[in-house]
Design a protein around this ligand. Sequence first.
Ligand SMILES: [Zn+2]
Length: 74
Amino acid sequence: MIRYSCSHCDTEIGSISLDAAEAVLCQIKSLDEGEKDSFLSVNDEGTHIRCICEHCEQSLKAFPDYYTLKKWLQ
Ligand SMILES: [Zn+2]
């Protein structure tokens, strides 16, 4: 099982079975090491893919500066 969560607000977006995730994982594995790390984390709970939820995606489009600021403050 692979879980997806939002990298901005930590909301769990959903989970998919390994079979369904295989195509996604192939894409991620073809990325550079650094890029891969920012998407994918593997820990005791399993594989975790960080992406962006619908809510944050919309906010990001509307207020890109806000998220840049938030990132700096973290
Ligand atoms: Zn979010």
